[in-house]
Ligand binder design. Sequence first.
Ligand SMILES: [Zn+2]
Length: 113
Amino acid sequence: MAKNHCLAKSINEASWYQFRVWVKYFGKVFKRVTVAVNPQYTSQECSSCGEIVKKTLSTRTHACECGCVLDRDENAARIILSRGLGTVGHIGTSALDVGNACKDETSTLVGAN
Ligand SMILES: [Zn+2]
């Protein structure tokens, strides 16, 4: 059914809906706040300056002109965290406030080159 592109979209949307229902349920069971964030550009937006840095799926390192060099997944995680905190009303939250790894000497640069 997933090869029929008309049905595939519905199946995909139903799957994401079911996933969100489960995450919300387990958040309630384990007394944790769950927040859905817009995933658009989370892997391309720079967590240090907010610029969009285009990269292919095979590019594993985020390297921005501002000097920020991070593993692409860590960069995306910082964007997602800042969006999530912003959603629940954490005032003044931006990717810049969520521990700027590019200026934090204790951070680990995985795969940086
Ligand atoms: Zn940047």
